[in-house]
Design a protein. Structure first.
Length: 95
């Protein structure tokens, strides 16, 4: 698969990008190199390769699930402009 300079110009127009003539050849060449690499990857036979979530087989270190902060809701709501029954009261935004 390859891209022509004309196709690149059409895509640039659709994306609302300005592409100068001197840039067009360089960008077209770069895109074609990337597409060539994609073609090489697609040509690989991966039927016997199991999918993996991550390339490294490591286990995350887990910490104990314990409360480390105290509940300070009353202190936070004491400085709030308005609070009612443990909830912050805000003015309506939709009429």
């Amino acid at each position: 698969m390859s891209v022509t300079t004309r196709q690149l110009a059409e895509v640039a127009t659709l994306a609302r990008l300005q592409l100068r003539a001197e840039q067009a050849e360089s960008v077209t060449r770069s895109i074609n190199e990337i597409l060539g690499l994609v073609d090489q990857l697609q040509a690989l036979d991966l039927q016997q390769v199991a999918p993996m979530a991550h390339p490294r087989d490591e286990v995350q270190r887990m910490r104990t699930d314990e409360v480390t902060e105290t509940n300070q809701r009353a202190a936070f709501q004491a400085v709030a402009p308005a609070a009612d029954e443990g909830l912050y009261v805000v003015p309506p935004v939709i009429e």
